[in-house]
Structures are given as C-alpha cells and as structure tokens.
Design a protein around this ligand. Structure first.
Ligand code: FAD
Length: 319
C-alpha cells in the first residue's frame, strides 16, 4: 500500500501539468502552506521569525530547485541563497542556509559552483558577524555521484575558515568512516537516513538496518571523544526512537542541550518538534522556499499516506 502510494506521489511530483497548475497558487494552497516557508527569501525569513517567537524553534533556509542544468538557474538559486543570508542577518535570527551543490550548477560547472558556494558562506559570515547563534552554510548531501565532491567542498571551505556544515547519510556504507574523519576535525555534521536511490554496493537497503546504523552513528556523534574534539552533532530525523537514543547518549556523556541539535522538516511531525523545544532541546526546522515547491511538497505527502487528506484539501480549496 505504502509503496503504491509513494509511486503515485512520485509520478505526481514529476507531472509538469500538475506542477504548473499547483504552483500558481503558492499563497493559498494548503499543501504549500504546510511544507513551504514562502515564495521568496523574505517570506521564508518571516516564517523563520514566527517559528522562533512562537515556539523557540530555529530554521535553516533552503531555496528549492535541485539538479539545475542551466547557468541562469544556477545564478538565480545563488542569488536566492545570498538574499536569504542577508535577510536572516537583518532579522537577527540564525544565518543558517542549506545548499545542494547541484543547485549551484555543480553538474556542468564545478569550479563555478565551488566559487558560488564559497561566496554564500562568506555572505553568511558577514551577515552573522558579531552575533551569537548557529550560523552556517549547511551542505545537503545528494545522490552518490556527488558524495566525494560534496565532502571535498566542505573540507575546502572549512579549511578556509568559512562557516560550513556537512550532511551525511546513515544508509551509506561509507558514512562511518566519513563521520570519524569529520569528528576528528571538530566539524558540524547533520545526520539523515538518506533519501536517494542507491543500490546494495553503496547503501543499506532495509529500514531496520538503516535505523540500527543511525543509532550507532548517533553514539559516535555524541561520544566523549566527539565532545572533546568540538564536534557539533545535528540529529536530523522525525524518528522519535532515534531522538530518545540521542538524548540518552547526550545525557550519559555530559552534552548540554544546545551543544547538539535536532533538525526536522517544516510541516512534518510539528508536534514532535514543538515538544522537544518545550523540553529545552535546540530544534531547527528546514524551511524550503521558492516558486518551485510542488515536487518537494508532493514528496513529503508521499512519505505518509495519512497526508492524503491534505493533498485532497489543497486540490479543492484555495482559501
Ligand atoms: C533537516 C533534514 C535535512 C535533510 N537533508 C537530506 C539530505 O541532505 N540528503 C538526503 O539524502 N536526505 C535528507 N533528508 C531526508 C532524510 O534522508 C529522510 O529521507 C527523511 O528525513 C525521512 O526519514 P526520517 O528518519 O525523518 O523519518 P521516517 O523513518 O521516514 O519516519 C519516522 C516517523 O516520521 C513520520 N514521517 C516521516 N515523514 C513524514 C511526513 N512527510 N509526514 C508525516 N509523518 C512523517 C513517519 O510516519 C514515522 O512515524 C533530510 C531530512 C531532514 C529532516
């Protein structure tokens, strides 16, 4: 059932007609409102401010649009990220911007993408200057073909003293080694389960195995060695058993809330995020924004058949 549902949602996410029809209505669609922080950087920053003042939850701003294949799209993604950094700085919130290398043109112009990436990290540094908070360019991790390049980008920027973080995927066999290296250098790592298709030579396949590996990696991220290396763990999952494990490891090894954080997606299990924040944990939501929101929002719907109601409501109502 779940599989058929997910396949239907993937087809819908890829449908140009559905996308065209739906994206005309960003201001009014229930679907967009649930998962997307706004049509542009200014709206996303308003969403982030509101989250912070209403429930003490921080945000990472993400301009939607991956795997771009033209210099024009790479440039407009770049400008949107720069605007997000500047506006977050002006609003006095965390200057925290998530970036996919392929959205800056990595696939057809790696040097250009690297330069844009460094310019965004520098804009974050400038926008956050002199303010406490968690300010960084967080590199998302895409499919296996760009893993080495993404890690290399991260390492180059970190060595240059730029504020960067790296996402690693618990389903990849290589992640244990990548994480060990990142811990040694006191990096900031967001751990996710992994969302891209990757076969058995590259990745664990069964949910049970991925979850067990995630648990093991959490223990490493919240170990005494990681703490003394100045490592910053980001536990990015909606899985409450993994939250519990992380909190247990943190307490056992003397980590205080705020020395690590939980990150979830805007609109997904909001009650869980709010409860963690109420209990004193540092929580961040990934706040996507931009006009190209349809594929992203429909993928979120596909993750849980119970979200069908939201899709139906959004199809019939524009209020
Ligand atoms: C902040 C953040 C950044 C991410 N960045 C990346 C990245 O750079 N690269 C990458 O490969 N992946 C990324 N991901 C996605 C990640 O790899 C997983 O695919 C995704 O988080 C689902 O796994 P999970 O552990 O959160 O939840 P699951 O194991 O799928 O589910 C845990 C619980 O949450 C519920 N749940 C999950 N999704 C929904 C939903 N949409 N609606 C309602 N309930 C839901 C489930 O029903 C279940 O009860 C990111 C995820 C987050 C939270």
């Amino acid at each position: 059932m779940t599989n058929a549902w997910q396949k239907t949602m993937i087809a819908l996410a890829r449908s140009p007609v559905a996308k065209r029809l739906a994206q005309r209505t960003i201001g009014s669609s229930a679907l967009a409102r649930q998962y997307v922080g706004g049509a542009d950087a200014a709206e996303a920053v308003n969403t982030a401010r509101e989250l912070l003042s209403r429930c003490a939850i921080a945000a990472s701003l993400f301009h939607l649009g991956e795997y771009v294949d033209t210099p024009q799209l790479a440039e407009s993604n770049f400008q949107a990220k720069i605007a997000a950094a500047r506006l977050a700085g002006e609003a006095g919130i965390d200057v925290h911007v998530s970036v996919d290398p392929t959205q800056l043109g990595y696939l057809f112009d790696p040097e250009g993408a690297e330069a844009r990436m460094a310019a965004i990290a520098d804009a974050i540094r400038v926008a956050a200057a002199g303010r406490s908070g968690v300010h960084m360019l967080m590199l998302d991790m895409e499919d296996a073909s760009v893993t080495d390049a993404t890690i290399a980008l991260h390492d180059t920027m970190a060595r240059a003293g730029l504020p960067v973080g790296l996402t690693l995927q618990a389903y990849r066999h290589r992640t244990l080694e990548d994480l060990r290296r990142a811990i040694e250098t006191g990096a900031r790592v967001r751990l996710v389960k992994g969302a891209f298709a990757a076969g058995p030579p590259l990745a664990l396949q069964k949910e049970r195995e991925i979850k067990a590996n995630y648990r093991k990696l959490i223990s490493l991220m919240l170990s005494p060695q990681a703490k003394s290396a100045g490592f910053y763990p980001v536990i990015a999952t909606h899985d409450t058993a993994l939250h519990d494990h992380a909190r247990h490891e943190a307490r056992s090894h003397g980590w205080q809330p705020g020395e690590y954080e939980f990150e979830m997606l805007l609109g997904v299990r909001t009650n869980v995020a709010e409860a963690l924040a109420r209990e004193g944990e540092r929580v961040r939501l990934y706040v996507p924004f931009g006009p190209d929101w349809w594929p992203y929002a429909v993928r979120r719907i596909g993750e849980n058949p119970r979200n069908a109601l939201l899709l139906a409501r959004s199809a019939v109502s524009r209020d």
